[in-house]
Structures are given as structure tokens and as C-alpha cells.
Write a protein that binds this ligand. Structure first.
Ligand SMILES: [Zn+2]
Length: 233
């Protein structure tokens, strides 16, 4: 079996693999892809905070209304002329006044804690906004770097691919389809020589019977790493 041509093909394809690897492992790409997540998180956080803020403001308004209602009641009680009232009614009024005052105290505390909650939300908003802005900038910078690399590398890949297509014409169809079915960055190279008595890919030792078969067929699939082992001239 003539495997010279597929080896030549693999050698050129190695350059493509190298360029593809360069693109895929680009730090800039990793960073800007990460930043997409950070930006999205910040957006989610913002809308969550907006919803929280609405709840807090609503709660604040209803507390404020309750406070004003109680205040009005106490104002009305204070206007009453005690001289005209009997003792029983006065006592009832006193009791009511105390109740209302305790209501007012409670409401005041609640209102203050709501005000604190508003402040916390605003602080959170601020932090989130900063994080969002920083992530957006970082995304833009690293995306630009990556695009520059891509614009440099992609034409090189295209050129090599055109050359590979030319080479394909002279390669045994079966070998080529074997090659293509296994081609991936992690698997490369696909055709490896026999090194002494071991697979040139994973270095697993072959049995004498396997080597005999390899000598007969010129090529065999490694049982361990699934690469194709060939005999070197
Ligand atoms: Zn192997």
C-alpha cells in the first residue's frame, strides 16, 4: 500500500492543525468569551436589583402611609378637650394613644430598615454597573485582538486547505476516508510509524503476530490509541 501520499497530506494538514489550534487556544478568545458571561451576569443582577428596588419602594410607601394615618389619629386625639370627658373615656383615649405611639415607633423602625435596604440596593447597583462596564471594555479589547489573529490565520488556513484538496486527488480513497474519519486536533497525527516494535503514537508494544500482520498489510489500526500504524521504508 502506498502511503507516501497520505503522509505528505498529513504533513501539510499538520500546519492546518497547528493554525487551528492557535486560533482555538487563543487567550484573547478565552477572555472575551468569559466576558460574555460576566456581562450577562451583570445584566441579570441589574434586573434582579431593579425588581428588589420596586418591592422595597412599595413597602416603604405603604409603611409611610400607615405612619401618617397613625400620626393623624394621634393629632385628632390631642385636639380633644379633656375637661369635657369622663374618666372612663379619658382612660380609653390614653390606652389608644399608647397603642398608636407604639405603632408609630414600630413603623419608624421599619421605615429606617427599608431606607437601609434602598441604600444597599443602590450600592449594589453601582458595583454591578462598574463590573458591567469593565467587562464590556475587556470583551471589546480581547475580541479585537482575537479578530486580528483570525484575520491573519484564516487566509493561511484557506490556502493550505486548497493545497490539500489538490493532494487529495492522488490519494487512495480508502486511506483518505480513514484519515478524514479520525481527523481532530486531539487525535493528531493519525498515521504513525512503527517504532521498533511499538505504536509510534501511544508507544504500546505490539505482539509478534501483530507485527507480522502489519508487515503483510503495510498498515494496521492500533488497538490502544486507534491511530494507523505504518511500516517505515
Ligand atoms: Zn497506539
Amino acid at each position: 500500500m502506498d502511503i507516501k501520499k497520505i503522509l505528505e497530506y498529513q504533513k501539510k494538514d499538520k500546519e492546518v492543525i497547528k493554525l487551528e489550534r492557535e486560533l482555538n487556544s487563543s487567550e484573547d478568545k478565552k477572555i472575551y468569551e468569559n466576558m460574555v458571561g460576566v456581562v450577562k451576569d451583570a445584566q441579570n443582577k441589574s434586573s434582579q436589583l431593579e425588581k428588589n428596588a420596586e418591592d422595597v419602594v412599595r413597602e416603604y410607601d405603604s409603611l409611610k402611609k400607615a405612619f401618617n394615618d397613625n400620626q393623624k389619629m394621634i393629632d385628632n386625639l390631642e385636639k380633644k378637650d379633656i375637661q369635657t370627658l369622663d374618666e372612663k373615656t379619658i382612660n380609653e383615649y390614653k390606652e389608644l394613644t399608647n397603642k398608636i405611639i407604639s405603632n408609630l415607633n414600630y413603623l419608624e423602625k421599619k421605615i429606617m430598615s427599608q431606607a437601609d435596604a434602598v441604600k444597599r440596593i443602590l450600592d449594589d447597583f453601582d458595583t454591578t454597573k462598574k463590573r458591567y462596564g469593565a467587562a464590556k471594555n475587556k470583551h471589546a479589547v480581547h475580541k479585537q485582538n482575537y479578530e486580528a489573529l483570525k484575520n491573519k490565520v484564516e487566509p493561511e488556513i484557506k490556502k493550505l486547505q486548497a493545497e490539500l484538496l489538490q493532494l487529495e486527488k492522488g490519494i487512495d480513497g480508502e486511506l483518505l476516508s480513514k484519515y478524514k474519519s479520525k481527523r481532530s486536533d486531539k487525535f493528531f497525527p493519525i498515521f504513525v510509524p512503527l517504532r521498533s516494535t511499538s505504536c509510534g503514537g501511544c508507544m504500546m508494544e505490539l505482539s509478534t503476530a501483530q507485527i507480522e500482520r502489519l508487515k503483510k498489510n503495510g498498515i494496521m489500526e492500533c488497538e490502544n490509541c486507534r491511530r494507523y500504524i505504518y511500516l517505515e521504508d
